[in-house]
Design a protein around this ligand. Structure first.
Ligand SMILES: NC(=O)c1ccc[n+]([C@@H]2O[C@H](COP(=O)([O-])OP(=O)(O)OC[C@H]3O[C@@H](n4cnc5c(N)ncnc54)[C@H](OP(=O)(O)O)[C@@H]3O)[C@@H](O)[C@H]2O)c1
Length: 258
């Protein structure tokens, strides 16, 4: 998690008094989202499968004076998700913002793709998003409002060779976002997706350097994104400034896909 020292429009307490859950908050984009939501004044619940890793991020945020709770939860397991929601409600009495960020890749050309790698990616990236979303709807409906932000990918819009499982899951998230936006709009709940392009994290560190150079040529802004770029978009969609936006997919990709 980087130290953010630049000007930030969301430093003011635009999310003061709100409670947010961020899945996959132990590193990369999720850790940056957790930090940005804290900076905006929210109480933040962080989860990932590793108690230790997510606990370290939470400790750092707590050390800065923010109110956080961290716990191990595997979003692909419904029972873990139920516990995550129960503990959040018991600690903070409400859930205003859910950021479905946790995700994995198991890349392989389809001819050689194993069933288990197809299933793991769909179960975590798509079904996990569904479990978390379904579980927060009741408290959000009771509160007469809420914000759900799903982290998709530009790969869900364009497809990518070697990522049939990931592309299917991320495209599925976009359809899911639109369906739920229609289901719960009348309850004051907005549901939007963010489609990041190439963001420098552990997930993209595995891409060979030569391929990274080729990718850079495809990005009009000629640089890879930072986790904080996605975090700023999340903070906007979670804020009142985005009250009239729902069912949308916001690309944070330096113009890579248009
Ligand atoms: N980086 C990019 O360029 C890029 C581009 C487009 C979209 N995205 C999407 O952005 C999101 C974050 O990506 P990232 O680059 O930050 O990835 P990352 O560095 O690999 O981090 C993934 C996070 O998800 C957690 N996680 C994985 N499986 C989980 C599960 N079953 N339950 C709970 N937590 C789980 C991981 O923690 P544990 O391992 O401890 O569980 C970790 O905190 C993902 O949805 C990814 O698909 C990334």
């Amino acid at each position: 998690m980087s130290e953010t020292t630049g000007q930030n429009a969301f430093r003011a307490d635009v999310l003061s008094g709100k409670t947010a859950i961020v899945t996959g908050a132990s590193r990369g984009i999720g850790a940056a989202i957790a930090q940005r939501l804290c900076e905006a004044g929210a109480n933040v619940v962080l989860c990932s499968r590793s108690t230790e890793a997510v606990g370290q991020i939470a400790d750092t945020l707590q050390g800065k004076g923010y109110t956080v709770l961290s716990m191990a939860a595997d979003i692909s397991e419904r029972a873990d998700v139920d516990t995550l929601i129960e503990k959040t409600i018991s600690q903070f009495s409400q859930i205003d913002i859910l950021v479905n960020n946790a995700g994995i890749t198991r890349d392989m050309l389809l001819m050689r793709l194993k069933d288990e790698d197809w299933n793991a990616v769909l179960q975590t990236n798509l079904t996990g998003t569904m479990y978390c979303t379904r579980a927060v709807l009741r408290p959000m409906i009771r509160q007469k409002g809420g914000r759900i932000i799903n982290i998709s990918s530009v790969v869900g819009l364009t497809g990518n060779a070697g990522q049939a499982n990931y592309a299917a899951a991320k495209a599925g998230i976009i359809g899911f976002t639109k369906a739920i936006a229609k289901e719960v709009g009348a309850r004051g709940i907005t549901v939007n997706a963010i489609a990041p392009g190439f963001i420098t994290t552990d997930m993209t560190a595995q891409i060979p350097e030569q391929n990274q150079h080729q990718l850079l040529e495809l990005i009009p802004l000629r640089e890879f994104g930072h986790p904080e770029d996605v975090a700023d978009a999340v903070c906007f969609l979670a804020s009142d400034a985005a009250r009239y936006i729902t069912g949308q997919t916001l690309q944070v990709d330096g113009g890579m896909v248009m």
